[in-house]
Design a protein around this ligand. Structure first.
Ligand code: SF4
Length: 347
C-alpha cells in the first residue's frame, strides 16, 4: 500500500500536487487581504526568514540549519503558506540568483525531511513514493537519459558527466549511493520548472520592507562571495573595454552599459566606476554620473552584466580564453577565477 501524506508532510514536501492544490485554494489567493491580516504578517516573517537563509547559508551548512531550526514544524499550515509566500517574495525581487538559491534551499529542505528517519515519521516508503510522484522511477539501477541529464545539470563533480557513465538504450546506470543526490536534484528540477507566480506590482509594494531588506542582504552576500575586488581576474572583454577607454576610444552605449553593470555588480561604488570613465576622451562628469547611478540602481532596477551571447552579438566578446568556454557571462568568469585561480587558468 502506498503511504499517505498528512498535513505535516505537505509542509515538508510542498512541491507535491496536494500541497500545491492546498496553497492554490487558500487565503493566499487574495494576497492583499491576506497580507493585511496578523496571520499573514506572521507568514511573511517566516517566508522572509526562509529567503534570507537561502541567500546567506552555503549549501553545505543547510542540513545543520534545518536540524537546528526546522526539525520540528510547529504549525504545518503556516509553514506551507510560508513556502508559497517565499516564492511570492522571490518573484518580486526578480533576481535569478535569488530564485536559484531559493529553489536549491527548498530542495535541500525537503530532502532533509526525507532522510530524517530518526524522528520515526519518515521512512523508505515515503522516499520511494516521492520519487515515484516526481517521475524518478529507477529501473534496475538506471534512469532515463533525459531525466538524468536534467538532474545532474548543476552537479560539478566529473563523475556525473555522461562521458563518465554507462549509458545503454537511452538509460544511464546509477548506483544506490547516488539516489539521495538524484532525488534532491529531481526535486530541484521540479520546483524550478514550475516557475514563480506573477505578482502584481501593488502586491510587491505591500511587501516592500521585506523585499528591500532581502535585496540588501543579497547584495552584501554576493559581494562577500566575490571577495575583494581584483582587477587581475576581470574577463578579457571587460579588460579590453577598460583598455579601450584608457587608449582614448569612445565606447558604444552597449559597451558602457556592460562595463558599468559589471563593475557595479562586483562591488565598485559609483565614484570608483566614474573614475574608470575619467580615462575616456569625451569624459563628461554629469553625464557619466547620471548613467552610472541609473545602471547601479537609482532607477529602482539594478542591472547585471549581459550574457556572453549578448556580448558577442554586440561585438564585445573579444580575446576569449579557455575559461570563457566554461561560463555563461562575464560575471561567471570573474566569480570562477576568484574561486579557483589555478583551475580557472586551465593549468
Ligand atoms: S566569452 Fe564572455 S567572458 Fe569571455 S570574453 Fe566573451 S563575453 Fe567576455
Amino acid at each position: 500500500m502506498r503511504p499517505a501524506f498528512d498535513e505535516k508532510d505537505l509542509a515538508r514536501y510542498p512541491f507535491l500536487q496536494e500541497a500545491q492544490a492546498k496553497i492554490a485554494g487558500s487565503e493566499l489567493n487574495n494576497l492583499e487581504t491576506f497580507l493585511s491580516s496578523e496571520y499573514g504578517g506572521q507568514t511573511i516573517e517566516l517566508a522572509a526568514e526562509r529567503v534570507e537563509a537561502a541567500i546567506t547559508i552555503p549549501p553545505k551548512g543547510l542540513d545543520a540549519y534545518f536540524g537546528e531550526f526546522h526539525a520540528i514544524i510547529p504549525n504545518a499550515q503556516k509553514s506551507l503558506y510560508a513556502y508559497g509566500m517565499a516564492r511570492v517574495i522571490a518573484s518580486c525581487i526578480n533576481d535569478r540568483s535569488v530564485i536559484d538559491r531559493l529553489v536549491m534551499f527548498e530542495a535541500r529542505r525537503s530532502m532533509f525531511y526525507l532522510m530524517s528517519d530518526d524522528h520515526g515519521e519518515t521512512d523508505e516508503a515515503k522516499r520511494e513514493e516521492v520519487a515515484r510522484r516526481l517521475g524518478l522511477e529507477l529501473r534496475d539501477g538506471t534512469a532515463p537519459l533525459a531525466t538524468y541529464v536534467e538532474m545532474v545539470s548543476v552537479l560539478r563533480e566529473p563523475g556525473w558527466r555522461l562521458v563518465n557513465r554507462e549509458v545503454k538504450d537511452g538509460f544511464v546506470r546509477v548506483f544506490d549511493s547516488e539516489i539521495e543526490i538524484l532525488l534532491r536534484e529531481r526535486i530541484r528540477v521540479v520546483i524550478r520548472s514550475r516557475g514563480l507566480p506573477q505578482v502584481p506590482a501593488e502586491v510587491c509594494s505591500l511587501l516592500a520592507p521585506a523585499i528591500e531588506k532581502l535585496t540588501a542582504v543579497h547584495q552584501g552576500q554576493m559581494l562577500r562571495d566575490l571577495g575583494p575586488i581584483d582587477e587581475s581576474r576581470y574577463p578579457p572583454c571587460m579588460a579590453a573595454l577598460i583598455l579601450a577607454l584608457a587608449g582614448g576610444a569612445n565606447l558604444t552605449h552597449m559597451g558602457r552599459f556592460a562595463l558599468t553593470a559589471f563593475l557595479h555588480t562586483i562591488g565598485l561604488d559609483v565614484t570608483q566606476i566614474v573614475e574608470v570613465y575619467q580615462r575616456a576622451p569625451d569624459f563628461d562628469i554629469q553625464k557619466t554620473l547620471y548613467q552610472v547611478e541609473h545602471i547601479s540602481g537609482r532607477s529602482g532596477t539594478e542591472y547585471t552584466p549581459p550574457s556572453c551571447a549578448t556580448m558577442e552579438t554586440n561585438g564585445l566578446c573579444v580575446r576569449r580564453d579557455a575559461l570563457c568556454e566554461r561560463i555563461g557571462g562575464p560575471l561567471g568568469y570573474y566569480r570562477k577565477k576568484k574561486v579557483s585561480p589555478s583551475r580557472a587558468e586551465g593549468t
